[in-house]
Design a protein around this ligand. Structure first.
Ligand code: ADP
Ligand code: MG
Length: 698
């Protein structure tokens, strides 16, 4: 039997394959490009392309594609075969360096937020050699960035790579100040924990809401939900176990480090966490993971739901973005070091993150904003929409001592003085007790917990990397000029703590009193919905910061803001239309059928004995008639709101109207329908119920 280590990464053109198949010179040159971002030479590209093609063909591939991440949120690919006619009537398999480096997909149908006029329909894709090529099905997939001909980014990878470069540049300046001359490159790493639901495909097929929108738009509470806490970490059911086994195999073949799997809080909910890796690779891998989850589920007669809130009243799904900064020599800069000097360095990086999160709370909120995620944030199952940082008691005490110039008695009972004492190692147990914080320090990394399960992790990490790069830049500018480095360092750490301690909160983030305190006393931002936060992407301070680090141009930001708002509007409009349709053509008729049966029963009974009251049937018929009237009214109201909405030209106005009107009418319609469900005989109900869906997979 083949073991995992035999087949791990067998579909990846990884370092092992490169080393074995490339001439030594070409390999070294490519490594330099991967490790240090050196420009690639066409002769090297040709040699790599040829080796890549031979390897792919030997592994069954017939096509290649530039694989990219347009702003639709999913990945895109256009397949070209390797074949090229030969004079003898046959074909040879060809792939050139030029084809490897650059592609020209017709990009006019991808969202550009007005960036690319249609006469300029072409965009181009550019190879990202830092993320390995891989084979999917019969296609060699080459990870690429996607830009317009004017050079504007039309994807998520380009700004992500730019943000990683911005952070690298500023972090290196800081490390040099600490006398570290050897580090060549600083990178962020991410381990994203992915939550998802698995439901039965046959039941899924019977629900138009799930098929069109990825979530249920109707559904009364089942008699049993998640109140018994019997699902979390529970025994994995055989069908789910078979799915997980095949999923792991597929992921491992693609070199994805799938590590942990378990049942989540809600029935039918599960989680998968990979081992962390460099952020842009983690991003590619997470996109692939989501895609493969859906494909493998289908093979098992299941559907994998990645929506943030597939079921009302049941926990939604998120994605925890575990993030750290480390050097190419393997030092985690968010881990307290072995020497006092390293500790000072750790504290500076820690402060950089605190400052960044406080000053760019809005960008972090924006980076996770979607119609789906709006259902989770602040709903007592996910962090609130208010961003705050959890540090844990120990680290908090250290920061307080520094701020107040008071002694800190750590584990060793020694007084803490910056640059003299060694910090205690913060162990996970003491730092990771709080699960309600949006942004928690967990010993040697931060866990950003606001991401939705379907979000690309690129957006969150772009903002995080950029904001931290900005803090580091301000520090480096100051420290490079300082007469006394240690004094300046100490002062700056103190100042950061003083200025930004408002963002630090170690209590229960789900508590209503916290939201009050956060907004009223601390002045933290609370953008509850996507239309609330999105316009702030274009606030002057945000544009200034993101453009100064060359992560986005102002035009790119404007287009992204437009696209995100458009996405929000389209998503909710489709949901609302689906509701109108289902209420009118499925729910109301089903209730009517049941009422008719009741009426027949009454007639039959009275034929036997005229004096029967039939109060059960008539009472129920009355209740249901009131409900069908209400369903009809609420459907009309929602529909007229949609008509009004369709007449609005301005995306922002449309998004605001959705927030203030459409969503409210949707929940009113739902309420009437869900009540009708609880009164209607099961056999009349036109689609599977929550109970069927949530407990249907065994
Ligand atoms: P949890 O208790 O949140 O489930 P885990 O220990 O399972 O925590 O880790 C969650 C994720 O954090 C995993 O994907 C893991 O690889 C990742 N992780 C661990 N260390 C780091 C690090 N230094 N940087 C980034 N991610 C990390
Ligand atoms: Mg976690």
């Amino acid at each position: 039997m083949k073991t995992v280590s035999d087949y791990f990464g067998c579909l990846v053109f990884d370092d092992r394959v490169m080393k074995a198949n490339l001439p030594a010179k070409v390999y070294q040159s490519l490594r330099k490009t991967i490790d240090e971002g050196a420009k690639i030479d066409i002769s090297v590209a040709n040699a790599v392309a040829s080796a890549m093609k031979d390897w792919a063909v030997a592994n069954g591939a017939t096509h290649y594609t530039h694989w990219f991440q347009p702003l639709t949120g999913i990945t895109a690919e256009k397949h070209d075969s390797f074949i090229s006619p030969s004079p003898d009537g046959g074909v040879i398999m060809e792939f050139s360096g030029k084809e490897l480096i650059k592609g020209e997909p017709d990009a006019s149908s991808f969202p550009s937020g007005g960036l690319r006029a249609t006469f300029e329909a072409r965009g181009y894709t550019a190879w990202d050699p830092t993320s390995y090529a891989f084979i999917k099905g019969k296609t060699l997939c080459i990870p690429t960035a996607f830009c317009s001909y004017g050079g504007e980014a039309l994807d998520k990878k380009t700004p992500l790579l730019r943000s990683m470069e911005a952070l690298n540049k500023q972090a290196l300046r800081i490390l040099r100040l600490f006398g570290n001359e050897d580090v060549k490159c600083v990178r962020t790493s991410v381990g994203p924990e992915q939550e998802y639901f698995l439901i039965d495909k046959e039941m899924y097929d019977q629900r138009r809401d799930l098929r069109f929108t990825g979530r249920t738009l109707f559904g009364a509470k089942p008699p049993k939900g998640q109140e018994m806490d019997d699902h979390y970490f529970g025994v994995i059911k055989p069908r789910v176990a078979a799915f997980m086994e095949e999923l792991n195999e597929e992921l491992w073949k693609l070199g994805i480090l799938a590590k942990t799997e378990h049942n989540e809080v809600a029935p039918a909910q599960h989680e998968l966490a990979p081992i962390y890796t460099t952020t842009n690779i983690a991003t590619d891998h997470n996109q692939l993971t989501m895609e493969i989850m859906q494909r493998v589920a289908a093979k098992h007669g299941l559907v994998c739901l990645l929506h943030e809130k597939p079921f009302a009243g049941v926990n939604g799904s998120g994605k925890h973005n575990n993030w750290s900064i480390s050097t190419d020599s393997g030092v985690n800069l968010l881990s307290p070091g072995e020497t006092p000097y390293e500790n000072a360095q750790f504290l500076l990086f820690l402060c950089a993150v605190i400052k960044a999160v406080d000053e760019y709370q809005d960008l972090l909120r924006i980076s996770v904003a979607t119609a789906g995620n709006d259902h989770r944030l602040g709903a007592n199952e996910a962090p609130p929409a208010v961003v705050s940082i959890f540090l844990g008691d120990e680290l908090n005490a250290v920061l307080e001592a520094i701020e107040n110039n008071t002694p800190y008695y750590g584990a060793e009972k020694t007084q803490m003085k910056l640059g003299v004492n060694v910090l205690p190692k913060f162990n996970r147990d003491t730092t990771d007790r709080n699960r309600t914080s949006p942004f928690a320090f967990t010993g040697n990394k931060f866990e950003f917990r606001m991401l939705g399960s379907s979000n690309s992790i690129a957006c969150a990490n772009i903002m995080l990397n950029s904001a931290v790069a900005e803090s580091l830049k301000i520090y480096a500018d100051r420290l490079e000029q300082a007469e006394n480095f240690e004094d300046a360092l100490h002062e700056m750490i103190r100042k950061t703590i003083k200025d930004h301690k408002n963002i630090i909160f170690n209590g229960n983030g789900y508590d209503d009193t916290w939201i009050k305190e956060a907004t009223e006393q601390r002045g933290l931002l609370n953008y509850r919905t996507t239309p609330d936060c999105m316009p702030h992407l274009l606030d002057k301070k945000n544009v200034q910061m993101l453009t100064s680090h060359k992560v986005f141009s102002e035009t790119e930001l404007k287009s992204r803001c437009e696209i995100m708002l458009e996405n929000y509007c389209k998503t909710v409009t489709i949901e609302a239309n689906t509701m109108v349709d289902m209420a009118r053509t499925e729910i109301a008729p089903a209730v009517e059928c049941y009422v008719q049966e009741l009426a027949k029963t009454v007639a039959a009974k009275r034929a036997v004995a005229t004096d029967l009251t039939c109060s059960y049937e008539t009472g129920l018929m009355k209740k249901l008639s009131v409900l069908t009237d209400r369903i009809a009214d609420k459907t009309e109201e929602l529909e007229s709101a949609l008509v009004y909405l369709s007449e609005l030209d301005d995306t922002m106005a449309a998004a605001n109207m959705i927030r203030d009107e459409v969503l409210i009418r949707m929940s009113e319609l739902r309420l009437a329908c869900d009540e009708a469900e609880t009164l209607t005989a099961k056999k009349y109900w036109p689609f599977p119920t929550y109970g069927d869906l949530l407990f249907g997979v065994r």
